[in-house]
Design a protein around this ligand. Structure first.
Ligand code: ATP
Ligand code: MG
Length: 414
């Protein structure tokens, strides 16, 4: 059943749950206690509570309170008010740590949401209960109250957490229409936590997929990157393709089996502790169509054009900076140079190219994924490490100065 009606709140005392303060970040505790000492409600909210209850290490700890942003700002000298649509307070600590404090709010009416620009919602503060019901999934709407260390559950989130279910708060059609990015988040949390989607979610995604066209590209881009950081890009994008969401999510990506396998291989690599950044994510997403359009004797200039062609529409759509696109493109070109084999002209220079190591990572990923070109991979690996026997380069006598090649058509130097 969907969660449509507010139910009686469940309060789970400290003795009946496993959240211990020793797993809560020290600075978040400081903020919670200070708010509490000054008479405000102070709750840990959202993903932090969910992850602590699951025995996982939360990515961050967000705080909810009934103090207004101005009141919070007054309490913390090291804070600033931020946000365009909704105002929040960032409390800053050493080493760049930032704790986000949000005043409880209700779902704003449509005419209360500012479209663009500098105006924020004035009248959207609400009760803790309203704050719980504006959230996306029941498991993301749990609160931990610093006043008595209890867990507060307005949406039956604890039961869903126990049963491993992602359930939309309210009617999925309505909530997905309100914010289509929630469709992607449903798939993301299902993959990250190994939870099942409630039976009403997949059909609602199929019905509402195209609404994603209207979502802000910057938000989609952020959520996409989250998929890579959480090692679920392959699973989620493949499932998105099945539900008809991918074509509106990443319209320029082809839903090919081979591409999803490669994404899964990248997720496995991330799971070993290796960093994944946006250029790598882009190179992997667009490697398959790039590879299919290549032939081993293609001149590098054409390979360059091809890589650009594969990346540019996506990068334009999501306003991805040219520096990031440049890195992704260089990785694709390096992939081509590794894949076409050894012994080509300029090999030694290529091996010293700044993008050779990351390009090799991409090539290695592909070899591991499809089980091909293992020997070539080993051979390149040795060459990159400089551990293979160096063939003497054709030069003059030892010790004699290197001769420079004469430039054809020398142009006047400045
Ligand atoms: P994690 O940070 O581990 O990725 P999270 O649950 O903390 O997971 P955030 O994106 O940090 O996710 O959002 C914090 C909380 O804000 C969520 O737990 C949820 O309650 C609420 N939230 C985030 N995005 C939405 C949304 N699109 N609609 C409704 N509520 C949302
Ligand atoms: Mg979070």
């Amino acid at each position: 059943m969907t969660q449509t009606q507010p139910r009686p709140v469940k309060i789970i005392p400290r003795s009946d749950h496993d959240i211990s303060r020793k797993y809560i970040d020290e600075n978040s505790l400081k903020v919670l206690y200070r708010l509490h000492r000054h008479g405000y409600k102070a709750y840990l909210v959202g993903g932090g509570v969910r992850d602590l209850l699951l025995g996982r290490h939360p990515k961050d700890f967000d705080i909810g309170t009934d103090a207004t942003p101005e009141q919070v700002h007054k309490l913390f000298r090291n804070s600033r008010i931020v946000g365009r649509r909704f105002r929040l307070v960032h409390v800053l600590f050493g080493r760049g740590e930032c704790i986000e404090v949000a005043t409880f709010r209700r779902k704003p009416d449509e005419n209360e949401i500012p479209d663009e620009g500098h105006f924020f919602c004035e009248n959207v503060f609400g009760s803790p209960q309203e704050d719980a019901f504006r959230r996306d999934f029941t498991i993301n709407a749990l609160f931990y109250d610093i006043a008595d260390f209890s867990v507060i559950d307005y949406t039956e989130g604890l039961e869903d957490l126990r049963r491993g279910i992602i359930r939309v708060i309210g009617d999925p059609d309505v909530r997905f229409a309100e914010d289509p990015v929630r469709m992607l988040r449903a798939l993301e949390f299902s993959a990250r936590l190994g939870f099942d989607l409630h039976a009403d979610i997949a059909p609602a995604i199929e019905r509402n997929a195209e609404l994603l066209i209207g979502a802000a590209p910057a938000r989609i881009r952020d959520e996409l990157l989250e998929l890579f950081h959480h090692k679920v890009a392959g699973k989620v994008l493949q499932r998105a393709a099945k539900l008809g969401l991918l074509e509106f999510l990443v319209p320029d990506m082809q839903p090919a089996r081979e591409g999803f396998d490669l994404l899964r291989q990248l997720d496995l690599r991330t799971a070993t502790g290796k960093q994944v950044d946006e250029p790598m994510a882009l190179a992997v997403m667009f490697l398959t169509p790039f590879r299919h359009a290549l032939n081993p004797d293609m001149p590098l200039g054409d390979v360059h054009k091809l890589a650009n062609r594969e990346l540019s529409r996506h990068c334009r759509r999501f306003s991805i900076a040219s520096g990031i696109r440049h890195q992704a493109r260089e990785m694709l070109i390096a992939f081509f140079r590794f894949a076409r084999g050894r012994g080509r002209r300029g090999e030694q220079r290529f091996l010293r190219h700044p993008f050779a190591p990351v390009g090799f990572e991409l090539f290695k990923l592909w070899c591991e994924c499809c089980g091909e070109e293992q020997e070539l991979m080993q051979s390149w690996s040795a060459a990159l490490e400089g551990s293979e026997e160096q063939k003497p380069r054709p030069r003059g006598k030892p010790g004699s100065p290197r001769r420079r090649r004469k430039r054809k058509n020398p142009s006047p130097r400045p």
